[in-house]
Design a protein around this ligand. Structure first.
Ligand code: AMP
Length: 578
């Protein structure tokens, strides 16, 4: 049975599978590779996933959820109508849709997947991702760091040894990794990143620029208006990838106004975002020990690397030409598909080896003589250690006649433990003795699946205690997991075959919201026409009407979008601006 690779993205998700000697992307019900990571509940309580759900983000924001990847591993709940979902349940719905698409593509059941995660995901986030797989009916034994997957997909052993920097800039996360490739071995030397920085932040920056220009108070807008504004801002950002000036014009009450935007203006306004883009890059390079001159290429990955201002900035910083690995959207999924095949021990990939690293520091809290309440972080496994790894350190008592050593385990880069994430603790009994006489050796073993085993052995009695830690947010018992699985299964999910119909209806509703007056009436008529065809349940009539309605809505949408007008307006001014 094939194992599929999945790129579970903040904005879009994709799946790939090894077929005919290469990793191939799996199309969804629309024949597209990108499935928006959006879930929505419609009027009759059924669940929509993907493109149709994304359309409803605008028209029904209270019933739709997006960007839930950012909340993975937290206790956050997303309330859709009257049901609260965890981020992993929402992710499970996306994964389940990808599993169905893969089954339709391959013509056989799919029960196992390798899922990619940002390198900076902590244990809780990784555990939540695995549980999402389980809830979707997929065994997820292996996770792969997104930049590692990108590196796998980019490396061509025939071209000889290479070191490159993978700059993976998506909708919600940035991952930078330095990768060394030689003789079929893909060796991740260092990773760094920011899991709260992405293209969404540029949308927000553009939306704020628009508000400033048109004297609108962003925070006073209701959720729906904010969503419309952000969608227009994203559209403006995308236009800026195609042309030197993008125009943003809104006619809606409360949002009325216009703005012309150039890349240079965006750079000036979004200075903080650019400096945040720089920090992880410098840290990854420094940690890897590779100098700029040794780097062969910089590989842009993720939708946000399509922005010319981002690419210009990278060229400016690194002084080298960006490599072109095909579409920055698909490279992680292709790598995950390749890794899935390696896991399945695909013959043609037998020679390939992927080594990975621990992307964060793991350590224990130790006594701080200057401030007893404020434990200091004592690293045992330093970030960027190659995996699997096992390291040992000794620790001693700090007071006379201490009867136990409290070993508190933390993850993170801060000097003070309270600023790092606590993963768990162990209490090892020690015989009473003067301070510093008794102690323990503490061994940390961290494997490629992100499981940390902690073992503490008394130096005098040799008593050993150990525990396996997967961090906060992972505490589901098997019974609870089963219960959650059953609950998810009870949800009414729209069959993928009807997705196209749902999408058109949702698109019609969204356009109606965005339009005014006469255009609104036209849209309502078109939607009504399609609703009647659906009510007839005659497949032939539905298909014919669908094609007609799709075309009409596209035309109406073009009428609504003022991008073209914007470009024409700016042809004249371009010279002046330069
Ligand atoms: P990802 O998470 O890799 O799917 O990236 C999604 C992000 O890429 C979103 O913020 C999109 O707005 C952004 N994006 C996708 N295509 C483009 C484009 N052509 N120009 C600018 N940004 C884009």
């Amino acid at each position: 049975m094939p194992i599929i690779g999945i790129d579970l993205g903040t904005t879009n998700s994709l799946a790939a599978v090894w077929k005919e000697g290469r990793s191939q992307l799996i199309p969804n019900a629309f024949g597209e590779y990108l499935t928006p990571s959006v879930v929505s509940v419609d009027a009759d309580g059924s669940i929509l996933v993907g493109k149709a759900a994304r359309e409803r983000l605008i028209s029904h924001p209270e019933q739709s959820a997006a960007s839930f990847k950012r909340a993975m591993g937290t206790d956050q709940r997303f309330v859709l109508v009257d049901k609260a979902f965890t981020p992993e349940e929402l992710s499970a719905l996306v994964l389940r849709r990808l599993k169905e698409d893969a089954e339709a593509f391959l013509g056989q059941p799919v029960t196992e997947a390798v899922v990619s995660v940002p390198a900076y995901f902590n244990d809780a986030q990784r555990a939540a991702t695995k549980r999402a797989g389980m809830l979707a009916g997929l065994t997820v034994d292996r996770l792969i760091n997104e930049p590692s997957a990108a590196a796998l997909a980019c490396y061509d052993p025939a071209q000889g040894d290479a070191s490159f920097l993978v700059y993976d800039f998506g909708g919600g996360t940035l991952d930078v990794s330095v990768v060394d490739c030689f003789e079929n071995v893909v060796n991740i030397l260092a990773v760094s990143g920011d899991n709260a920085l992405g293209g969404n932040d540029f949308d927000m920056a553009i939306a704020h620029m628009y508000c400033q220009k048109n004297q609108i108070d962003f925070h006073a807008l209701n959720k729906e208006k904010q969503a419309i504004l952000l969608r227009q801002a994203e559209q403006c950002k995308r236009t800026l990838s195609e042309s030197p000036v993008a125009m943003m014009v809104l006619e809606l009450d409360g949002l009325k106004g216009s703005m012309a935007l150039t890349g240079q203006q965006l750079i000036e306004q979004a200075q903080t975002l650019f400096s945040r883009m720089r920090t992880p890059l410098l840290r990854a390079l420094k940690d890897s020990g590779i100098s700029l001159s040794e780097l062969q290429a910089v590989v842009p990955v993720g939708g946000s690397c399509k922005m010319p201002v981002v690419r210009q900035y990278l060229n400016h910083l690194l002084g080298q030409k960006l490599a072109n690995p095909g579409s920055p959207d698909t490279v992680v999924a292709l790598g995950a598909g390749m890794y899935a095949a390696m896991k399945a021990r695909e013959n043609s990939l037998r020679e390939m080896v992927l080594t990975d690293i621990c992307p964060f520091t793991l350590g224990v809290g130790v006594h701080n003589p200057a401030d007893e309440e404020n434990l200091l972080m004592s690293p045992i496994i330093e970030r960027n250690s190659a995996l699997p790894t096992s390291k040992i350190e000794s620790y001693y008592t700090v007071s006379d006649n201490q009867t136990q050593l409290k070993i508190q385990v933390f993850q993170g880069e801060a000097l003070y433990c309270k600023e790092n994430q606590k993963l768990g603790e162990l209490n090892l009994p020690v015989p009473p003795a003067p301070a510093g006489k008794e102690g323990a050796s503490v061994r940390f073993t961290y494997d490629i699946n992100g499981i940390l085993e902690v073992e503490a052995t008394s130096l005098s009695t040799h008593q050993t205690i150990s525990t396996v830690l997967v961090g906060k947010g992972s505490g589901l018992t098997e019974a609870q997991a089963k219960e959650r699985l059953q609950e998810l299964e009870k949800l009414k999910i729209h069959p993928r075959e009807q997705e196209e119909n749902r999408l058109l209806l949702a698109k019609g509703e969204r356009l109606w919201e965005e339009a005014l007056g006469e255009q609104r009436e036209q849209i309502a008529q078109v939607v009504q026409m399609f609703a009647q065809a659906l009510a007839s349940q005659e497949q032939g009539r539905i298909a014919r009407t669908r094609a007609k309605v799709a075309e009409m809505l596209n035309r109406l949408e073009e009428g609504l979008s003022l991008d073209e007008l914007g470009e024409e307006d700016y042809e004249g001014e371009e010279g002046e601006m330069e």
